[in-house]
Design a protein around this ligand. Structure first.
Ligand SMILES: Cc1cc2nc3c(=O)[nH]c(=O)nc-3n(C[C@H](O)[C@H](O)[C@H](O)COP(=O)(O)OP(=O)(O)OC[C@H]3O[C@@H](n4cnc5c(N)ncnc54)[C@H](O)[C@@H]3O)c2cc1C
Length: 792
């Protein structure tokens, strides 16, 4: 199928673009993953901004129709304290200039304005690739493909099209919204309906808040905001509504009942919406012929009342640019992107509001570009709870004093004025940060002990246990078991079950006393994260890296002084099994699909008789996964570490993969046969190698004609940036403690370190004669990026 203008995503941005193109007589096809226009509730109220959303709708010729959708009274704003006291109340007198509409009705209006068949529903994009000359091929989940000369990614936060332009991926900002609905509020929940009023209600405290809106028909729609790690929300969405509701409601203990009813009386099961943003590097890209992005795909930001408005404005501006440059796609895209890209690396606000502070709490939370901060800028209004210090005076969930990815590091947010390093608040903030990090470090080390001593496994298998019972079952000391259990419960990993006596009173809790001992069970989600070896959430191995580094701190200090190294062998089994066990679920559950998403590579590997090498195979999980994915292939794993290849051979036997899988101990840089393989893989090892260029040269020579080298390595940002996002910080953590010291233990060594940027990979490949390098459109794959390399 060929289509001149191909839009991926029928959200507000994609549909506005489609409509503006239609108005200009330009044919267009929109491919949408959802099965139908009604497949999903479209979310709540949107306030349409004079400088962004409204001109976009005018450009679409829908100004009149839009005005008919506006909800009277919707602009009213009320701020209340947790006890229900009204702190600020502003009715909608019609002069607010930010009319409220329901998102679903707005989308319906846009859909109805397009010719039948414009949107192809149930057409989920699974892959995109450049064909050259500005043409792109799009592959859909049903196997269909489309080739286009103009591809527009309007496919939201987790855009597939973005991979053609940027390696940026959304990052969690630390806060999630839990969405609830009370239908027919005036009749069934009159006290809560009165509290919400005719528009929006804000009840905000540090780390926890409720934002509710009145929608058409008296529906009370809430976003309950909680600043918690993503795993905290795991029990929500497991199907047990009562448990999920109780979990959220417990965070609002003591709040006024008319507010907590927004959680406890929800007519729908709570739904978690993790808030993510793109790092600053995601906001710009080099011009690539024939493709661009709009809306969240281009500049995902935390909810600030701008996202949908900007998506529509993008759609309108792109549509106009295309119409203004008939037959010249590149001129159109250049004009569009020049207006799109911000001067600074943050999402832009266009129009008059860009230089003036917002005059009301927007939609209605914050004006930050990243983590919701529950702050507002209008000094003329009371600011009771919105500029918030820490919850309950504790440091446990205070935001760290660093800008989040995407935030302007120089100026902070609009509200956070940099006061200089000698300001007392700065030292206090750093002290809080160090305290929070220390708590985290102790948690990780305690998790390490729980993993290595088998305590989590025993608790997962045997249920709540007293210290004595845990010690008995694991062959450990009861006094230490008690301290660890209490530490884990104090930190929220374990729950105290029943009302057993204090274990300090009943000794080791072995049941000898008449008093029942206190028992401890795993908290929600802990069993999966700490014991489920086949889950991609299995993070116990991550703690082993920290344990391995901690043991070697004296050696690391010495190496840092002398320029020496600490070898992988020195880091020992904790590092080796940490690496293997951490990556295993990704290979076992995600690799086959990821490779199948790159059709030509998949066809290449899927040929009968294909020979594949897996260099740096470690304990062999990637090798075994390749063999399973490609039943016609033989796969040879090579690794220089004898304990790793020994373990790999054992894993192949256990997996029943001895026919087509072999392992060999050796240095791939020197010990590969020439012209022997159709594909050579290197999973997350290039950055560790002392001789990466020699390694890739050897891999190139080992290729049969038409063969490819596939490297999976860290998805580091394009350039160094400080402060950086969490992924980058994690990579630097590995680099300082493990990978760089290991690389430096060889002499000579490239000493790459874990933070291997795309430019470095390309440089190594070019020097190895692999000059045709392409980043594969494989997303959602851990912290990794895939490169395909070929000699030209
Ligand atoms: C809780 C919350 C509250 C918000 N409140 C506001 C607000 O009050 N005001 C405001 O302006 N903004 C708000 N936003 C932001 C706003 O929702 C987004 O910025 C806006 O929806 C972006 O529009 P879009 O068209 O770019 O993407 P989306 O609305 O995300 O649309 C993308 C479309 O692409 C489709 N798609 C995705 N992947 C594929 C694929 N592989 N193949 C085919 N189709 C695909 C999706 O199904 C979807 O239909 C809020 C966001 C959140 C999370």
């Amino acid at each position: 199928m060929n289509s001149p203008v191909t839009i991926i995503g029928a959200g507000l941005g994609g549909l506005t673009l489609a409509r503006v193109l239609h108005v200009h007589g330009i044919p267009v096809t929109v491919h949408e993953a959802e099965a139908s226009p009604t497949a999903r509730t479209q979310g709540g109220m949107l306030d349409i901004h004079d400088e962004t959303g409204r001109p976009a709708l005018e450009a679409a010729g829908l100004g009149e129709q839009f005005r008919a959708l506006v909800l009277a009274g919707g602009e009213a704003t009320r701020v209340v304290a947790p006890d229900g006291t009204v702190l600020f109340d502003e009715p909608d007198d019609g002069s607010g200039g930010r009319p409220e509409v329901q998102r679903g009705e707005l989308r319906r209006m846009l859909l109805d304005s397009l010719p039948d068949g414009t949107v192809r529903w149930g057409h989920k994009v699974t892959g995109v690739r450049a064909l050259g000359g500005g043409r792109h091929e799009v592959t859909f989940a049903d196997g269909d493909t489309a080739v286009t000369t103009l591809l527009i990614g309007a496919d939201g936060a987790w855009s597939r099209v973005r991979a053609l332009l940027s390696g940026a991926r959304p990052e969690y900002v630390g806060t999630s919204f839990v969405e609830t609905y009370l239908h027919d509020g005036d009749t069934r929940h009159p006290a809560t309906a009165r509290a919400v009023g005719s528009g929006a209600l804000f009840a905000l405290t540090p780390g926890a808040g409720i934002v509710a809106h009145r929608e058409r028909g008296g529906t009370l729609h809430s976003y309950v905001a909680l600043t918690r790690p993503q795993e905290w929300f795991a029990p929500i969405g497991t199907g047990n509504t009562a448990t999920a509701t109780a979990l959220v409601a417990a965070e609002f203990d003591g709040w006024a009942p008319e507010l907590t009813a927004l959680i406890t009386d929800s007519d729908t099961a709570p739904v978690v919406r993790p808030i993510t943003t793109l790092p600053a590097s995601g906001y710009r890209w080099d011009r690539v012929p024939g493709v661009t992005l709009l809306g969240d795909a281009a500049h995902l930001m935390a909810p600030s009342g701008d996202g949908a408005n900007l998506a529509m404005l993008d759609g309108a501006e792109l549509g106009r640019a295309i119409a203004a440059h008939p037959g010249d796609v590149e001129a159109a895209l250049t004009a569009y992107e020049q207006a799109l890209f911000p001067a600074a690396p943050r999402p832009r606000r266009r129009g008059p509001s860009s230089s003036t502070p917002a005059t009301a709490p927007t939609h209605r939370t914050a004006s930050s570009t990243s983590s919701p901060r529950w702050v507002r800028t209008d000094e003329s209004r009371p600011s009771p709870t919105l500029t918030i210090p820490a919850r309950g005076g504790t440091a446990d969930d205070r935001p760290l004093p660093r800008p989040r990815p995407g935030e302007d590091a120089m100026s902070g947010t609009t509200e956070t004025t940099t006061t200089g390093s000698d300001a007392p608040e700065a030292a206090e903030a750093v002290a809080e940060r160090v305290l929070a990090a220390t708590l985290g470090a102790f948690d990780v080390l305690a998790c390490y002990l729980g993993d290595r001593l088998g305590w989590y496994r025993v608790l997962a298998e045997a249920g709540p246990l007293s210290p004595g019972e845990l010690a008995d079952r694991s062959g450990t000391d009861p006094r230490y078991a008690r301290e660890w259990l209490e530490q884990q419960a104090a930190s929220g990993f374990l729950t105290v079950v029943g009302d057993g006596a204090d274990s300090t009173v009943v000794g080791d809790g072995d049941g000898a006393d008449s008093t029942e001992p206190r028992r401890f069970g795993l908290g929600p989600g802990v069993a999966e994260v700490m014991t489920a070896t086949d889950s991609v959430n299995f993070l116990a191995p991550l703690t082993r890296f920290v344990g391995a580094a901690a043991v070697q701190l004296p050696a690391l200090g010495a190496a840092y002084r002398s320029g020496g190294g600490v070898s992988w062998a020195q880091f020992g089994p904790d590092a080796r099994t940490g690496q293997a066990d951490m990556n295993r679920p990704w290979y076992e559950h995600r690799l086959a699909d990821a490779l199948a998403g790159v059709p030509d590579l998949h066809r290449h590997l899927d040929r009968p008789g294909a020979a594949i090498a897996d260099l740096g195979c470690g304990e062999g999980w990637s090798t075994i996964a390749l063999a399973r994915a490609y039943p016609g292939a033989t796969v040879h794993g090579v690794d220089p570490d004898p304990p790793s290849t020994a373990a790999a051979a054992g894993h192949a036997v256990a997996a029943g993969q001895t026919e087509r899988v072999t392992f060999r101990t050796g240095d791939a840089a020197t010990a590969l046969p020439e012209a022997a393989y159709d594909a050579v893989f290197a999973f997350e090892c290039l950055h560790d190698l002392p001789h990466p260029v020699e390694f890739l040269t050897s891999a190139r020579r080992a290729l049969r004609p038409g063969g490819v080298v596939v490297v999976m390595d860290e998805a580091a940002e394009d350039t160094f940036r400080a402060p950086a996002g969490d992924v980058e910080r994690l990579l630097y953590g590995f680099s300082t403690m493990l990978c760089l010291p290991d690389a430096m233990s060889h002499e000579p060594s490239a000493a790459t370190g874990t933070v291997i940027r795309e430019s470095t990979v390309r440089d190594y490949a070019a020097r190895a004669g692999l000059t045709d390098v392409e980043v594969l459109p494989i997303e959602d794959f851990g912290f990794w990026r895939f490169y395909r390399m070929r000699p030209r």
